[in-house]
Design a protein around this ligand. Structure first.
Ligand code: PFF
Length: 457
C-alpha cells in the first residue's frame, strides 16, 4: 500500500470540504428546485434538513473516514464490519451516477463562459439554452469538463484540490453577493423575495393513510424528498466524498467545528444564489417552476445581456461557477480514485483517466437529451442518496455505536454529553427523518400515477 497523503494545512481540509459541498448543487440546482417545489416552504424544509439531518450525517461520515483512515469502501472493512462494505460501494456508485450528469451541467457552464465572451446568448437567452443544453455540442463540452476534472485529480490531493479550492471559496461569495445587491435594485424583483423567503405555513402538511401499505398525500409529499435530498446532494453526503476527505484528517482537528463551518457556508451560498436567481426570474416574468433546469442560465444570461459590462460580468460569473463545479466534481472522482490507489496500488493518473472515461460514457444520454438528465437526477434524489445516507447513519448509530463518540470527540474540547446526544439523535430522529424521505421517494418512483422510475425513452 502506498503512503497516504494528508492535508498540507488544517484549513486545507475545511476548504476542500467546503469546495466539495459548494457547487452546482447550490448555484444551479438549489434555486431551480426551490422555485419548482414551492419557494419558501422548500427553503424551510431544506434548512431543517441541512441542520437536523445533514449536520449529524456529515459527522457520521467524518467519523468513518478519520477513524479508518481509508477510502469509503475500505473504511467499513477496516473498522471491522465487512458486511457493511455495501454502504461504501453504494456511496461510490451514487457518486459515479451523479458525476455523469453533473459533468454535463459543468459543460453548460463552460459553454456559457464562451457565450459571454462572444455575446452569443444576448439575443435570445431562452432559445440559446435550448440549443446548447442538449446534443453534440453539449456532449463535447461534457467531455471537456471531464478532462479538466481528471487532470486535477491526477495531480494528487494537495497539489490539485487544495489550490483550486482556496481561490474559489471567497470569490464565489463576493460575486454572488454583488449580483444579489444589484438584483435587489431592479424593478419587479420584490415578489421574488416573498416567494423565496416568506413561507406559507399551510403548505407544511403531510397526511398518511394505510391500506395496508402507507400512502402519503399533501404538499410535503413532493417537497420533503426533494428538499432533504437537496441537502444531501449539496452537502456532498451519501457519496463517500466526506468519508474520503476526512480520511486525510489528523486526530487533533475538531470534526464538530469543521462540519458546522461546512453546513453554514454551504447553506449561505445556496441562499445567496437563490437571492440572485429567484428575484431575477420574477423580474423577467418567468413563472417560478417553469424555469426548470435552465433557470439559472436563462435568468442570468438575460441579466448579463442588459448590464453595461455584461460580457465581463458574465465571464467572471460563469468562471467562478466553473471553479465551484470543478472543486465538487473533483471530490466525486477522488472517492473512486482513492479506493483504487489504496487497494490496488493503482497509479493515480491512469486510474483517474480510466474512471473519468467511464463516467463520461454514463453521461452521454444526459448530454443528448435533458429528459435523461432529469431522470438520472430524480433517481439520485428519490432513491440513491437517501438509501446511501441511511446506510451510514444506521451503521454509525446502531452498529459501530459508542466508539464513534470517542472518535468524534478527538481533537475537540466538547464534553461526552454532546457526543452521546449526537449518537442518540443519529439513532432516532435522524434515521426516522431519512426513512420518511425514502418512503416518499419510493412512492413517487414506483407508485405514483406516472411512476418516475420509467425512463424517458
Ligand atoms: N455538493 C456538490 C454540489 O452541491 O454541487 C455536489 C457534490 C459533490 C455532490 C460531491 C456529491 C459529492 F460527493
Amino acid at each position: 500500500m502506498s503512503q497516504r497523503e494528508t492535508w498540507a494545512t488544517r484549513a486545507g481540509f475545511i476548504l476542500a470540504a467546503v469546495g466539495s459541498a459548494v457547487g452546482l448543487g447550490n448555484i444551479w440546482q438549489f434555486p431551480f428546485k426551490t422555485s419548482e417545489y414551492g419557494g419558501a416552504t422548500f427553503l424551510v424544509v431544506y434548512l431543517v434538513a441541512a441542520i437536523g439531518i445533514g449536520l449529524p450525517a456529515m459527522l457520521a461520515e467524518f467519523v468513518v473516514g478519520r477513524k479508518s483512515n481509508l477510502n469509503a469502501i475500505g473504511a467499513f472493512e477496516k473498522l471491522g464490519f465487512r458486511n457493511w462494505k455495501w454502504v461504501g460501494v453504494l456511496g461510490v456508485g451514487t457518486g459515479f451516477w451523479i458525476l455523469s450528469y453533473y459533468s454535463v451541467v459543468g459543460g453548460w457552464v463552460l459553454r456559457y463562459m464562451g457565450g459571454s465572451v462572444t455575446g452569443a446568448y444576448f439575443a435570445d437567452p431562452a432559445a440559446y439554452f435550448g440549443q446548447v443544453s442538449a446534443g453534440l455540442d453539449a456532449l463535447a463540452l461534457h467531455a471537456l469538463f471531464m478532462i479538466l476534472v481528471v487532470a486535477i485529480v491526477a495531480g494528487g490531493v494537495e497539489d490539485g484540490i487544495e489550490k483550486a479550492t482556496k481561490l474559489m471559496v471567497p470569490s464565489i461569495v463576493v460575486i454572488l453577493g454583488v449580483l444579489a445587491v444589484w438584483v435587489f435594485t431592479l424593478p419587479g424583483a420584490s415578489p421574488g423575495y416573498s416567494y423565496f423567503l416568506s413561507p406559507d405555513l399551510s403548505q407544511l402538511s403531510l397526511s398518511v393513510s394505510f391500506d395496508p401499505l402507507p400512502s402519503f398525500s399533501g404538499p410535503l409529499t413532493d417537497i420533503i424528498p426533494f428538499a432533504v435530498s437537496q441537502a444531501f446532494f449539496s452537502l456532498s453526503l451519501g457519496m463517500g466524498a466526506m468519508i474520503t476527505y476526512a480520511s486525510y484528517v489528523g486526530e487533533d482537528q475538531s470534526l464538530f467545528g469543521d462540519s458546522i463551518t461546512v453546513v453554514v457556508f454551504n447553506s449561505a451560498v445556496g441562499i445567496l444564489a437563490g437571492l440572485v436567481v429567484i428575484p431575477l426570474l420574477f423580474v423577467q416574468g418567468i413563472e417560478p417552476g417553469s424555469g426548470g433546469a435552465g433557470a439559472l442560465f436563462v435568468s442570468l444570461a438575460t441579466a448579463f445581456a442588459e448590464l453595461p459590462a455584461g460580457r465581463v460580468v458574465g465571464v467572471v460569473f460563469f468562471g467562478v461557477v466553473l471553479i465551484a463545479a470543478l472543486s465538487s466534481a473533483i471530490s466525486l472522482l477522488e472517492v473512486v480514485v482513492s479506493y483504487a490507489v489504496d487497494n490496488y496500488g493503482a497509479r493515480r493518473p491512469q486510474i483517474a483517466a480510466a474512471l473519468g472515461g467511464l463516467i463520461f460514457l454514463l453521461g452521454i444520454p444526459s448530454a443528448l437529451d435533458t429528459a435523461w438528465l432529469g431522470w438520472f437526477d430524480t433517481l439520485a434524489y428519490q432513491l440513491l442518496l437517501p438509501v446511501s445516507v441511511l446506510g451510514v447513519l444506521v451503521f454509525i448509530g446502531w452498529v459501530f455505536g459508542r466508539p464513534a463518540v470517542d472518535e468524534l470527540l478527538n481533537g475537540s474540547s466538547l464534553g461526552g454529553g454532546v457526543g452521546m446526544t449526537w449518537l442518540w439523535l443519529v439513532r432516532t430522529v435522524v434515521v426516522l427523518g431519512v426513512v420518511l424521505t425514502l418512503a416518499l421517494g419510493v412512492q413517487t418512483l414506483f407508485f405514483a400515477e406516472n411512476p418516475a422510475i420509467v425512463p424517458p425513452l
